[in-house]
Ligand binder design. Structure first.
Ligand SMILES: [Zn+2]
Length: 475
């Protein structure tokens, strides 16, 4: 096989197929065929290979190759095999069922839903005892008819697009591979064992991957219904205009290929349910956000306002709504006056609902807007305004002096008269952010969330180290 492949390498796939010592030469017409034949025979004689004349056939329109009849029309079942199957007596032993199954299995690519039809005979081969059911008898007759009337399969042309139609049922999965409306192959597999418990989605996915593995080496377009896209494209007002422009070379940002329109390698999708289906299928693969979904879609498909369509779909996706929270660290930041140095402008917030400890279950969070340094001061929620002020002066003022201004989320403690007059006395302007407009105080809110994450990781369930936790984070 290796030697044969080596010597005939320049011709393989051009007009030659080699399988061990079988050689098949195919040509579009008689004149080229004679040239091809001469080329091959020259190589064979040079390499001292001999062919038995009685085993060769020349200048024929159909030939028996590897058990199939290959002709100018395509691939068909070997007539002698059909005859053997037709004359097959009803099996009486397990061995005979097995050889019948083996023979018809060879022709499975010609029979639609082969596995489903054969399942009753397959069931007869299970176990060690021979049982022939009435269903098996019916199948036996049907398979004979199917094989006698088997279609001719066209040979795949890899320069043309393929169509793959898949279908799955409770007992088997099947696919039909066709090209230009003509059949290339049937693919079928019976489900057994754990595969029987697969959900329809999994079965269909398995079937798609199996049928691709066995019949296709590449699948360039993931959407089905190419014909539909092509038909709708021509009548679409937007793409129709572009197509006519492209056809007379008026514009070069689009490319026409085989009736399809491409923009920078993306397939153009006309208006219709196909767009929604593409968004739905590609979003549902991982329920990623709209930016990511759009990125996946725009890798392969194009239509005007696709980003808007994607965003609309993702926003209304039920799974995403149920599974995902709304908060993210990417909040809307409002520009605040840029601080001139460290600890000249701070924002503060209260972190509450933490485990109760000796020093309280709340924290005052103070973040320097310049260096982003954060201090966490333990306190009790019930602490009065004066106490908060004292704490602040003890912990922050002592170290960093008095900032101006302070951004707070307008906690009632901050709007207390005393607190306000205290700051006014100290010449600090209190900037009233609002809890309902968190962008002003987004900086502290972000630190709050991060603080929660780090705290959980630092404390690791040990409450005694809880009070120390924030101190560690602060420093
Ligand atoms: Zn989703």
């Amino acid at each position: 096989m290796r030697v044969m492949n080596q010597v005939s390498r320049p011709f393989i796939r051009k007009f030659l197929v080699v399988y061990f010592d079988d050689i098949l030469i195919y040509s579009p017409d008689m004149k080229t065929h004679l040239q091809h034949l001469r080329d091959i025979l020259e190589v064979l004689s040079k390499e001292k290979f001999y062919a038995g004349l009685n085993k060769c056939s020349f200048m024929t329109n159909s030939v028996l190759f590897l058990g199939y009849v290959v002709s100018k029309d395509g691939l068909s079942v070997d007539e002698s095999k059909v005859e053997t199957v037709r004359d097959w007596k009803t099996p009486t032993t397990l061995t005979k069922v097995r050889s019948f199954h083996g023979l018809v299995s060879f022709c499975r690519r010609f029979i639609h839903n082969f596995s489903a039809i054969m399942s009753s005979i397959t069931n007869c081969m299970k176990g060690t005892k021979f049982t022939w059911t009435p269903e098996a008898s019916t199948t036996f007759k049907e398979i004979k008819v199917r094989l006698t009337t088997a279609p001719i399969l066209v040979l795949p042309d890899f320069s043309q697009p393929f169509e793959l139609h898949c279908d799955a049922s409770g007992i088997s999965i099947g696919a039909i591979l066709s090209q230009g409306g003509r059949l290339v192959a049937y693919f079928n597999e019976k489900l057994s064992g754990s595969k029987l418990n697969y959900s329809t989605y999994d079965v269909e996915f398995m079937q798609l991957s199996l049928s691709r593995r066995s019949k296709l080496t590449r699948l360039e377009t993931q959407a089905m219904g190419f014909e539909l896209i092509r038909d709708h494209l021509a009548i679409n007002p937007y793409f129709g205009l572009i197509m006519s422009d492209v056809s007379i070379d008026l514009r070069n940002d689009y490319v026409m290929n085989n009736g399809h329109l491409y923009k920078d390698g993306q397939l153009c999708i006309p208006e219709g349910s196909m767009r929604l289906r593409i968004v739905q299928d590609l979003h549902n693969e991982g329920h990623v956000g709209h930016d990511q979904t759009f990125k996946i879609i725009s890798n392969q498909f194009y239509w005007p306002h696709s980003r808007r369509d994607v965003a609309r779909f993702v926003v209304s996706c039920r799974t995403c709504q149920v599974a995902k929270g709304k908060s993210s660290n990417a909040g809307l930041y409002m520009p605040l006056p840029i601080p001139k140095g460290p600890w000249t402008s701070v924002s503060k917030d209260f972190v509450s609902g933490l485990p109760r400890t000796q020093r309280g279950n709340d924290f005052i969070l103070v973040v320097d807007r310049f260096s982003k340094m954060a201090h966490f001061i333990a306190c009790k929620k019930t602490t009065n305004v004066v106490h908060v002020a004292t704490l602040y002066f003890r912990e922050i003022y002592r170290l960093h002096g008095l900032p101006m201004p302070i951004i707070s989320d307008r906690d009632r403690r901050f709007v207390g008269h005393f607190w306000r007059s205290l700051w006014r006395l100290a010449n600090t302007k209190l900037d009233f952010g609002s809890s309902y407009h968190p962008q002003t105080d987004e900086q502290t809110e972000v630190v709050n969330r991060t603080f929660g994450d780090i705290l959980r990781a630092t404390i690791d369930g040990n409450l005694k180290s809880f009070v120390m936790g924030p101190t560690i984070i602060s420093s």
